[in-house]
Design a protein around this ligand. Structure first.
Ligand SMILES: [Ca+2]
Ligand SMILES: [Ca+2]
Ligand SMILES: [Ca+2]
Length: 173
């Protein structure tokens, strides 16, 4: 069972992914998200990211009960099982990392991270508070390993104190 914290955390991302706001994730939402990502200027691999994101759609679809979309409860059931899918989760983290590494230097800068937040949420959001917490060694960048840790914590973890719980930004009520 998903905890209240997981519900809050994943619920925020669910609302960002539910592009048309009807309370269900559908293939159309995924296509809209993929479109949003392919519009990120200068990015080397948005098509690859779109393919990986679209690849999660059958996984979610399989968890839903034959209706037209996937509800938050159904997403939470999938999230419950992600502990068994750690390779797929960290693979998605790597593709996301490469997509937001706009200058291709193998690191995520503060401004590149801001692009992630804005593109994911469809609107700009402050990153001044969370970025230093995500930057575990304080060198001013996120490495691939740092990002993978946070991404996996977000999707497969349940720790309100872990920086990764806020990798998509602050949690809203
Ligand atoms: Ca929707
Ligand atoms: Ca970079
Ligand atoms: Ca760092």
């Amino acid at each position: 069972m998903a905890s209240e914290f997981q519900r809050k955390k994943v619920g925020g991302v669910f609302r960002a992914m539910d592009v048309d706001g009807d309370g269900l994730l559908t293939q159309a939402d995924f296509q809209a998200l993929a479109h949003r990502w392919t519009a990120v200027a200068g990015s080397a691999g948005p098509e690859r990211l779109a393919a990986v994101m679209t690849g999660w759609w059958p996984v979610l679809r399989a968890a839903s009960r034959g209706d037209d979309g996937v509800s938050l409860d159904e997403v939470l059931r999938v999230v419950d099982g992600l502990g068994d899918l750690t390779d797929a989760v960290s693979g998605t983290a790597d593709v996301m990392f490469e997509t937001i590494d706009l200058d291709g230097d193998g690191l995520i800068s503060r401004s590149e991270y801001a692009v992630l937040i804005e593109t994911w949420n469809g609107a700009p959001a402050g990153t001044d508070e969370i970025f230093p917490r995500l930057d575990l060694d304080g060198d001013g960048h996120l490495t691939r390993d740092e990002f993978r840790v946070h991404w996996t914590e977000f999707w497969a973890g349940d720790d309100p104190d872990a920086p990764g719980s806020y990798v998509f930004g602050a949690l809203m009520d």
